[in-house]
Design a binder for this molecule. Sequence first.
Ligand code: NA7
Length: 539
Amino acid sequence: QERPSSLDLDVLIVGAGFAGLYALHRLREMGYTVRCCDRAEGVGGTWFWNRYPGARCDVESMDYSYSFSPELEQEWQWTERYPAQPEILRYLNHVADRFALRPDIRLGTRVAAAVLDESQQIWRVRLEQGTRAETVRTRFLVMASGCLSAARLPDIPGLGSFTGTTYHTADWPHEGVDFTGRRVGVIGTGSSGTQAIPLIARQAAHTTVFQRTANFSLPARNRPLDPDAVRELKARYREHRQFVRYTPNGTARRNNDVSALTVPPRERTAEYEARWQEGGGGFIGAFNDLLKDEAANDTAAEFLRGKIREIVHDPAVADALTPRGFPVGSKRVTVDTDYYATFNRPDVTLVDVRADPVQRITAPGIRTGSADHHLDSIVFATGFDAITGAVLAVDIRGRDGLALREKWAAGPRAYLGLATAGFPNLFLITGPGSPSVISNMVVSIEQHVEWISDHLGWLDKNGLWSTEADRRAEDDWVRHVAEVADTTLFPRGASWYVGANVPGKPRVFMPYVGGVGTYRRVCEDIAAGDYPGFVTRPL
Ligand code: NA7
């Protein structure tokens, strides 16, 4: 391709987490001039920021890792079934070094805005590094900015008035926090809160957990990996990876292809019990209709509620910890170590803020309707503006100056979750309408990166400069994503999957839940058919 002389880069990648690092590697191997930017002072994305006690992935390490390099997957030794944050961050740093990615990564650099130059069909991107700003001109812009990276503080009055220390799980001090002797309040009982609370409770003088929604949580049963099992899996790693790519959620989870309602109750309970003992998110694969049929889901919910009653001694506390009113899995099931048992400690208090709402944060602590809770520290485990938050944090302006924020005001719209009409040469990795957070993110990320880079290669082979999602194809895909979601129980939970945790965010079920394998086949067919649904143009 002949390039406009003013061009600085072929591709600018936003984010240096799992997605950005692989995109940089792959596109650079293809011969493109690529740069990757991240606001953090290190690589790792999500795993750079989320350093709270107990931070751990809920997908098993041997699957939550890159498959693109057979050498890498053979040489890297994971130590635990579920990898802890420091180990994942070490892995990503190893990847950055092993593939010599660092020279093309600009850290401490925020991508603030991107404006399409329609005449040249390029993006002018504003980068900010401290007080310095510069504009780079790039042909392609790839948003590898993550689904769970725009952290959220709740809108509680008085937030600034607290005189103790505050922390957000997704912006944790690098030196760690010693809670010894402190009275700690934790707001939020999603994955982060559920992982952090047992460890904070062990250290703090007193821990008060402010719970808005009781969540379903499964024991991780984390353990060191067995060297023989690792050796055995590594011997067939290639084959295993290929298998996982076509599974419903990109993991080796055993999915039992039987309805929960067709087996006798005793057998059903035995299946749940076996999976509870096995630990981890595999529970949801116990029957094929748990995420489709309410009556089936109820059997799983009742089993899990029974476990809470068994573990938690105080019936009133057990009752408050019992999830109700939404199907298991419609809000992300958390995977914990000793979460429920933590509430048996004499130095842990549960405050159900639905029954006793938080009124405000005060200088000495948190005031609810019934009490003043005096605290030395508050931990916000309050989650993220998920899936769209980090993309929309960049002021992106496409054709006719249209802001992406404006286009997505009523909910995100993207073809395959990868591209959005009106924004040529802009790609989203794990965007809304892709399997993203309903899958093993690394599997989805690799698929997106490979699909996008193949598409770029195809454009160049065919003398084409730009590519853009066709509006009709996009509308069809958005409709399809919603229709598939509506065949499941997913939209029934007030979760961050539908934007319910962010006041004012449009309630649209964002991920594609038709399955990782199905989605991959759709994408493969589109590539094989010379990219229908994309409008491509020469310069
Ligand atoms: P989540 O899953 O969004 O959890 C956030 C938690 O914070 C959740 O329990 C929320 O309750 C609670 N929350 C949020 N705002 C408030 C206010 N204002 N008052 C009380 N409680 C509040 O974020 P995580 O960081 O735990 O996990 C995100 C994902 O990262 C996780 O699913 C994994 O995929 C990895 P709610 O349920 O909204 O009532």
